[in-house]
Design a protein around this ligand. Structure first.
Ligand SMILES: O=C(O)CCC(=O)C(=O)O
Length: 255
């Protein structure tokens, strides 16, 4: 990590100490779950902002990324409200990213997702699909932020511990990535919790059978040498740029 990256990460507060248990989970399982990251008032603001974006964008929802038949998605949230800034630039999330990447990184995208009633199931997948001649280098880290309580009944995400250590994609080795996996763990957690994971680990959304709200944010980070999912040099709006600190601009790679 060069000096300027170190300085920007320090300015962002990405130097929090992780506990030995968290470090062990990141190494062995590939993810860590942290509760009470987002407080009640902030959650209320996020819920209201999420729903108002859904209403406002209608059929155009997630056109900047991709739409999903049985889940609501919102893309490019970096440019859709101040309430999200504290999420993609959250010091604790960035501290975990820093540990997983072990090198400079940037924001790749900030998206919202909600599995609809009876929908939302996804095949197990890794977020990085390209070849990995540099395995085990980490290209992607994701933070799934629970805006609502997440449960097995309402379509919480599943993850297969330890698969961040595997160079293969699940579709290369599993007969059917859509089936339940014997080792899967469901990210069941109260609103305000965050699961931060090495996004080479196999994971996916599950079905929202209960039909209760299960809004989440996907705050995705990528190695600084790689291409962002949503190129912020293209998408950054002047009003977003005007309120960002130099360190936040560095994190979005728009300096
Ligand atoms: O929101 C979730 O349940 C996980 C979704 C996911 O893994 C994805 O959209 O790639």
């Amino acid at each position: 990590m060069n000096t300027s990256s170190e300085q920007y990460l320090s300015a962002l507060g990405a130097n929090q100490t992780l506990s030995p248990a968290q470090l062990d989970e990141l190494e062995t399982k590939g993810y860590v779950v942290i509760h009470d990251v987002i407080d009640k008032d902030w959650l209320e603001d996020m819920r209201a902002a999420f729903d108002s974006l859904v209403e406002k964008e209608g059929d155009n929802l997630a056109v900047e990324h991709h739409q999903e038949a049985t889940a609501t998605r919102i893309a490019n949230m970096i440019n859709k409200g101040t309430v999200w800034e504290k999420a993609w630039a959250h010091p604790l999330i960035l501290s975990v990213c820093r540990h997983i990447f072990q090198g400079p990184f940037k924001v790749s995208s900030l998206n919202g997702r909600e599995a609809l009633h009876h929908g939302g199931h996804q095949p197990l997948h890794a977020d990085w699909k390209k070849p990995r001649p540099d395995f085990p280098k980490v290209h992607l880290v994701n933070a799934i932020i629970a805006i609502d309580d997440l449960s097995a009944a309402n379509g919480a995400p599943r993850i297969i511990p330890g698969t961040h250590h595997r160079p293969e994609l699940p579709e290369d080795v599993l007969a059917d990535c859509g089936l339940p996996h014997p080792d899967e763990v469901i990210f069941e957690a109260p609103a305000g919790s965050v699961m931060i994971y090495n996004a080479h680990a196999w994971h996916g959304g599950t079905n929202n059978n209960a039909g209760t709200r299960r809004r989440v944010l996907h705050s995705l980070y990528i190695d600084r040498e790689d291409m962002q999912q949503q190129d912020q040099r293209k998408w950054l709006r002047p009003e977003t740029a005007s309120r960002l600190t130099p360190a936040q601009k560095w994190l979005l790679d728009v300096l």
